[in-house]
Design a protein around this ligand. Sequence first.
Ligand code: ADE
Ligand code: ZN
Length: 325
Amino acid sequence: MKEKGVRELPKVELHLHLEGAAPPAFIRGLAAEKKEDISGIFDEQGGYAWRDFWHFLKVYEAATSVLRSPEDYHRLTLAVLEESAASGVVYGETFLSPDFCGGRDPGAWREYLHAIREAADQAERQMGITLRGIVTCIRHFGPEKARETAICAAETAGDWLVGFGIAGDETVGAPKDFAWSFDCAREAGLRLTAHAGEWGGPESVRAALTDLNPERIGHGVRAIEDLALVDELAERGTVLEVCPGSNVSLGLYRDFRAHPIAELDRRGVKVTISTDDPPFFHTTMAREYQELHRAFDWDEGQFGRIARQSLDAAFCDADTKARIA
Ligand code: ADE
Ligand code: ZN
């Protein structure tokens, strides 16, 4: 498959952190406008510089520190969607955190959400890409902040804000600490996803399933270390938001050929393909497809099947899906 052909395949991306998708030049520009020196987070080529996952989280938060107003998020959303559309993404869902958008103040959060949604509507008109939002709490910020986050999410749940999830450092705390937040979001009609099985093993995926009962798992790839769990995921129809380039870049797997996505797919698990934090991991949706084609010889038929599986697993309503399909 040619690079150009890959770019043109219609793609559905379910796992993308909005701040994590910020082009480094965009963040540098904002820092200059605000006279903030965050030059330490960039490498000599102007990309983001990080050493490991935990340092990545710090660099992510430093980059996010220059996003300070709804207007900044409006500009960010447009910049991110331009990149996604250029990769052939037709539908995407993005993680949004009230922690970064107004410090979990419900009034401020509404203003940020409004600005992001306006930018998404503009991108839909101009570029034909559809976006929906998933509020995410951050595990290493603790359960109390997660509760405030869930309340922000519940108050703004609707046709655009469609989901609730948890991201951050999976090695801190336990899923059960966040059960109240997930129940609150579920009662508000939000669909649920949880990061697990990235820095934690199969037991971490099991705990997320038992204590939070999400429909989708962010990453989940380390389930492959326990084949009984893989069978259970397949039987339950749990969808994995797999981000192969992120996992390879962060050192979880040596390269794409060593990544378990193809094995999980063969064993009947519903896998989907996403980028996570594309500029941090030097990836795009087009590059993910290209690398998967190289590693596993996946072709248009396979990518088409996974795109349909992804749209099925999307949290938007049926009318929106019908318009995109
Ligand atoms: N936040 C942004 N990217 C993340 C990742 N890969 N894992 C957990 N939390 C994140
Ligand atoms: Zn993620």
